[in-house]
Design a binder for this molecule. Structure first.
Ligand code: ADP
Ligand code: ADP
Length: 230
C-alpha cells in the first residue's frame, strides 16, 4: 500500500522562490527513509507538503490514497490527525503536563474517552522505554527522554506515517543514537517513518535515502537487502 504519492510537485513562495521543483516521491507502507539535503534545499517545504500542512502550487499529493487537492482545509486537518504523526527537533511538549498526558494529547481527536487515551498513552510510553517516567513533567526529563515522549505522542494513534524533522538535532550523540534505534525498532514493528535531516551520517544508516538539492530530488537510493541489518 502506498502511504504517500507526490507527482511533479512544485512549491513557489510569494516572491518567486521555487522551493520545490517537479518532485516525484512515493513512500510505501513499512518504509524507513531519510529525506536528506543541505540547508535551503527544500526539506522543510517538502515536510510541510507531505505532512499536508501546506499545499503545492502545482502537482498532486495523495496521502493513503486521498487526493489532498480535493479536500477542504477542515477535512485535510482531519486526514492529518488520523494519518500522520509529527516529531520535531525541539520536542514541542506541553510544559507542566506529565509525560502520560502529553502522550494522551496524540489521541485528542480520536473519539476515545479520557481514561482510554491515558491507558494507551501509558502503553506507548512503555514501548519507548519510559514506563517509569509516566508522571514526570518535561523539565524533569533529559533531552533524549523528552524526544522519546514526543515520539510516543506521535505514534500512539498508530498513524500511517511518522514524519520526524531533525529528531536528533537537539540531542547529544548518545541520546541521538538511542532515538534513531527507537525509530528503527518502531519501523521493525511496522511503522512507516520519514526522517528529515541535513546529516549524511544519520541518513546513511537508514534503508533508503532521498537526496534533495535546490528543490529537486537528485538521488533516491535503497540499501541492498544484504546490507539491511548490518
Ligand atoms: P531546508 O529545510 O532544506 O533548509 P526550506 O524548505 O526551508 O529548505 O527552503 C527552501 C527554499 O525556500 C529556500 O530558498 C528558502 O529561503 C525558501 N523559503 C522557505 N520558506 C519560505 C517562505 N515562507 N517564503 C519564501 N521563501 C521561503
Ligand atoms: P541525562 O542523564 O540523560 O542527561 P539527567 O541527568 O538530566 O538526564 O537526568 C537523569 C534522570 O533524573 C532522568 O531519568 C530524569 O528523569 C531524572 N530527572 C532529571 N531532572 C529531574 C528533576 N528535576 N526532577 C525529577 N527527576 C529528574
Amino acid at each position: 500500500k502506498t502511504v504517500v504519492e507526490l507527482n511533479q510537485v512544485t512549491k513557489e513562495y510569494p516572491g518567486g522562490v521555487a522551493a520545490l521543483r517537479g518532485v516525484d516521491l512515493r513512500i510505501e507502507r513499512g518504509e524507513l527513509l531519510a529525506i536528506v539535503g543541505p540547508s535551503g534545499s527544500g526539506k522543510s517545504t517538502l515536510l510541510h507538503i507531505v505532512g499536508t500542512l501546506d499545499r503545492p502550487t502545482a502537482g498532486t499529493v495523495a496521502i493513503a490514497g486521498h487526493d489532498v487537492a480535493a479536500l477542504s482545509d477542515r477535512r485535510l486537518s482531519a486526514l492529518r490527525a488520523r494519518h500522520i504523526g509529527f516529531v520535531f527537533q525541539s520536542f514541542h511538549l506541553v510544559s507542566g503536563v506529565t509525560a502520560q498526558d502529553n502522550v494522551a494529547e496524540g489521541l485528542l481527536y480520536s473519539g476515545l474517552s479520557r481514561a482510554e487515551r491515558r491507558k494507551r498513552a501509558a502503553t506507548a510510553l512503555e514501548r519507548v522505554g519510559l514506563g517509569d517516567r509516566m508522571h514526570h513533567r518535561p523539565h524533569e526529563l533529559s533531552g533524549g527522554q523528552r524526544q522519546r515522549v514526543a515520539i510516543a505522542r506521535a505514534v500512539v494513534g498508530e498513524p500511517d506515517l511518522l514524519l520526524a524533522d531533525e529528531p536528533t538535532g537537539a540531542l547529544d550523540s548518545a541520546s541521538g543514537e538511542a532515538v534513531m534505534r527507537l525509530l528503527h525498532d518502531l519501523n521493525a514493528d511496522g511503522a512507516t517513518i520519514a526522517v528529515i535531516t541535513h546529516d549524511g551520517e544519520i541518513a546513511g544508516a537508514l534503508p533508503r535515502q532521498v537526496r534533495i538539492r535546490d528543490g529537486e530530488v537528485v538521488e533516491d537510493t535503497r540499501a541492498k537487502p544484504e546490507d539491511a541489518d548490518t
